[in-house]
Design a protein around this ligand. Structure first.
Ligand code: SF4
Length: 79
């Protein structure tokens, strides 16, 4: 899942990358997860600065369920 940055989003620069379409997005680590994800507790390490898309993502909502299913099936990492 790609987290595109919207105007006004200002995560730390070390977590920003240009995606394959030239859009600015949250960088991904080699494992496909967002680079800002704390792997020890699986929580956002930049929670107060998280992008708009992350703020609007409803935990347990339809998009969340789709992302979880994709992850469980190994789909979507790196997309
Ligand atoms: S909530 Fe945090 S860790 Fe999750 S995708 Fe957004 S910036 Fe990355």
């Amino acid at each position: 899942m790609t987290v595109l940055l919207m105007p006004g989003d200002a995560p730390p620069a070390r977590y920003i990358a240009e995606d394959r379409h030239g859009m600015m997005a949250m960088a991904k680590a080699d494992d496909g997860w967002c680079a800002a994800l704390d792997r020890h507790n699986m929580c956002c390490s930049i929670y107060p600065q998280r992008p708009t898309i992350c703020r609007e993502f409803a935990m347990g909502g339809e998009d969340c369920q789709i992302a979880r299913a994709d992850w469980a099936n190994g789909v979507g990492l790196g997309d």
